[in-house]
Ligand binder design. Sequence first.
Ligand code: GUN
Ligand code: ZN
Length: 435
Amino acid sequence: MTVYLATVLDTPGETMLEPRLRAASGIALVVEDGTVVARTDRADARTRFPDHDVVDLTEGVLLPGLVDTHVHYPQVRVVGGVGLPLLDWLRERALPEEARLAEPGYAARVATEFLTGLAGAGTTTALVFGSHFAGAMDQFFPAAAASGLRITAGLVLSDVTLPEELLTTPQRAVEESVALATRWHGSGRLRYAVTPRFALSAGEAMLDACAAVVDAVDGVWVTSHLNENRDEVAQVRELFGVPGYLDAYDRHGLVTRRSVWAHDVHPTAAELARLAETGTAVAHCPTSNAALGSGIFPMRDHLAAGVSLALGSDVGAGTGFCLLKEALQACLLQHLHPEGAELGPAALLHLATRSGAQALGLADTVGDLSVGKAFDAVWVRPARDSTLDVALRHAADPADALARTITLGGPADVARTWVAGEAVTASRRTELENA
Ligand code: GUN
Ligand code: ZN
């Protein structure tokens, strides 16, 4: 049994619209077998749990582990290619790099870099866009298991429009996906996600193949891109002859409670209604939307329609792994939108934690630090005299400390990250590097 003493900030409310910020210093979180068994103060913890280790995290703040609902494993080395629109960025930056993962040794090194980046940014749970190569996923899944993180991921599938080396056939897609899903779905903290790259590169036969994998393996997830860029949207509507981009996926039965769609910057009212009706979540990726000039996410329309939202870093189009930065960018972009949503610090923390857990069907286990939840947590403790350190020392109260943390916090301030009570940064990093 371990007692963590900290200023704990979390948002156990049901939705980001009513996030219910809990922010208090002097909290003692009592953790047994990876689960929070009591949330109290130090004196009470000492009386009730006399034989425990104490971990003093009273400097800085402790947040629930961050949840990234859209991030690409093969793109860690191409972060920073800002300024190109989506289709040019894919052709010039992302796809040539993704082709290099055909070589398993290369894929293994990238997997290590990627998982180290996630944990180092305080992300403990992620829905990960995989590689086009089954061999690269054979490298990724064991590395993900060793990392200790909660990862849902899958083989990326395309049969049209991309460079030849990234294409596969629907039949091979089913065989390789089912084999990977059978091996990894439900293994420890890993799950499988059927992953057509986007409707522009997955024709009707490939989307049928995706549906076949969903039917073949119980409980797998589905993820892809949706309504990201105006040119892309126009091409999808024309190619598939559909009124809305989502229809291309929906026709194949891929729009369900276990689907997550990245972006949705340019939805129709009918698509929003369908997303809400099916309980499908949208992964909002604001730094990516800005970097690729995709547009400003219509958050108010999504919320008004009742669509579930969460955050994604969208590395490598996004500007890094940090979900705090995504939260800040979401807020800044909504300010610039003529009818933007008003996002306070509590709503932003909810988006980066509990909303993500809900989108991924993991809200009973993670997303906040209530009694009964796993101890998935990130300790943000800035270096002495850094700007965040100064800001935290001058915060009016713990709620103000949250606003400062979202504004100024980054991977350099992440002192430690835990999943189910196990440290996944410093100690795991060495393990990953030696793997
Ligand atoms: N659409 C299809 N592939 C991608 C990708 O890798 N990144 C983004 N942002 N959008 C995509
Ligand atoms: Zn993406």
